[in-house]
Write a protein that binds this ligand. Sequence first.
Ligand code: CA
Length: 269
Amino acid sequence: MDTYVKASLLPGASKASQLRTRTVRAMKIPVWEETLTYHGFTHQDAARKTLRLCVCEDPWLRRRRRAPPLGELRVPLRKLVPNQARSFDICLEKWRLTKRSKSLDTARGMSLYQEEVETEVAGEERGRVLLSLCYSSQRGGLLVGVLRCAHLAPMDANGYSDPFVRLFLHPNTGKKSKFKTSVRRKTLNPEFNEEFFYSGPREELAQKTLLVSVWDYDLGTADDFIGGVQLGSHASGECLRHWLECLGHSDHRLELWHLLDSRPVQLSD
Ligand code: CA
C-alpha cells in the first residue's frame, strides 16, 4: 500500500491547518521519519486544540479512486508540556466522518466539527500574519518584514487561496507608501520572507499607521480580501506593543504574529 499521514488541528477549518508527510510506497509497515511544523502556534491553541492524524492511502500513484482514511488518532494538545517531547504508541481508530455546520459557508470548504464549533473559532477564521519591524539607524528608516501567514481562510472553490500581502503607511507624505508581496499559489500557509523599507526619521514614522492586508489573488476578477491588521500608536494590544517596541528604539528587531480581522481595513483616528 502507498500511504501518507495527514495532520490537522481541530476545531477550525481543517484545510487551513492541513499538513502532510510524503507518500511511502508499497510498504506494509511504512516509516515516515518526518517532522511537520505548525507555525504561529500559541499557548491558546495548545489549551483548546486537538491534533488529528489520519493515515491515508495515496490514490494517485496507482490511479485509484480516493478512499476514506485507513484510520486516525487524536491528541488533545493540552496534554503536552512545553519543550518536552512525548511519544505515543496508539492504535488507529476508525475514521470519523466530519459533519458540516449549516451556519457556515460550506461552499468555501469550511468543514468544522459540529460538536466543537465554538465562538472562539470565529475570532481566528481569517488566519494570522507574522511580521517583523525594525527601525534601522544606519539606513534611516523602518524595515517591515512580511514573513508568513498561517491558517488563512480559503477563498477559492478548490478550498485554498492564492495569498499576497499589501502594506500601506498612512498618512502618505509623498514618499512611497504602498508595497505588496508576490502571490503564493494555492496555499493557506504561505511563506513570503519579503522585506520593505520606509525612509524617514523614527519620531515621524512612529506617528503613522501601518495597514497590513492579506488578499486572495484571482485571475480576471477582483481580488478577495482575506483579512487585515493595523499597527500604530492608535492600535491596541499586541499591535500597539509591536509598534512601540520597534519605533521607540533604534535597531531593535521584533517578530510577532497578529490575528487577521475580517473587517475591511479602515483608518481609526
Ligand atoms: Ca484565488
